[in-house]
Write a protein that binds this ligand. Sequence first.
Ligand SMILES: *Cc1c(COP(=O)(O)O)cnc(C)c1O
Length: 421
Amino acid sequence: MLTPQLLDTLKRRETTLWINPLRSPSRPVFDPALVEQAARRFQRAGGLLARTVRSLAGGDGLVESPLIDAEPLRQALAGEGRWLIKADHRMPLAGSVKARGGFHEVLAYAERVALEAGWDGEDFASLAEPRWRSLFDEHRLIVGSTGNLGISIGLLSRALGFNAQVHMSRDASEWKKKLLRDEGAEVVEHDGDYAVAVQAGRREAEADEHAHFVDDERSELLFAGYAVAGERLASQLSAQGIEVSSKHPLLVYLPCGVGGAPGGITFGLKQVFGESVHCWFAEPVESPSVLVQLAAGLDSPVSVYDVGLDNQTLADGLAVAQASMLASRCMLDSLAGVFTVSDEALRGYLRLAQERLGERLEPSATAGFAGPHWLGEAAGRAWCEANGVDLHAATHVLWSTGGGLVPDEVFAGWVKAEEPE
Ligand SMILES: *Cc1c(COP(=O)(O)O)cnc(C)c1O
């Protein structure tokens, strides 16, 4: 429930930990077969990606990020247990978690367009040939985005020979717009927030039968692409000899905007690890969209504007006022909870990641760093007790969701702003 006390905390922009009262094992709301299909599609498309994406050339075309040790960060933040970073800022081409969902949807569209034109569906790598590229050139992918989804869809579309149109709010980062334009994508700017850009993209696509709209709020292809992360993380953990069990639970902290990326990943992880994994979303104090939606219940959409917030945050990848209802439905009975983070904290984490780990992230990508702290506070300790979670014996995965393409001067601006004059 959105209790008066919770509303008050949110309105004051005080950081908080919200524990999901409805969490209980139940039947999945999303079809697990769609996740298997996505995993197979990525597998089959490896050859095509290796031929069309420069950073994947010469390999098997697997789109994945490393799982890296974060012990120096754990020490700096006085945490417990084993800390790891799931480094999606190092995702090929897109430099963010959006490679998971976005690439999957572009590949599914390429497959559909080619099949309709008589492709036998056998060898994905053959879609790199001029015959198919010129077919793709007659088609367009359209997306509305705060930035990173646009980059993911835009860059892979262009790499495969598709046209791409990205709708963004006028105040989205200039460097993201420039990057897209330099790669031949069309960028359309809108007054208003992310939701306005999404709506405009949706309308544009409805009027063009050679266009496909990537719907960040409703797409099952995106969600399934994100969910493939579950089995991928499982094999990386097992390759590092890390046990996941009720004695050694996995605690995962995921930066959250509309909820699709962290929701899909949570769904995938739950499929693999069941009750041994506990997923927490991290949202800016100005944009706790999934928190308010889950707390209010799913009967009707509730936005952060409704509770008096203005959705202005340094974490542009998380600046979403209204959660995805698809993601909210899927998370209602499986998410452990949500915590909120201030812009100030994000700047501090950004610096720490650079100083202690030598990793360069974007502000949104660091939101999950606050997670272990919240579990150590009173409400978190009580939750651990009730769920039999020993923080010392747990593996903590901080999902670093983006920053791989950020220009030097933009990064310098974020870090410098914290220094005293
Ligand atoms: C998009 C994004 C997220 C969150 O994904 P949603 O699907 O919007 O919840 C987190 N971090 C970064 C860097 C992103 O770009």
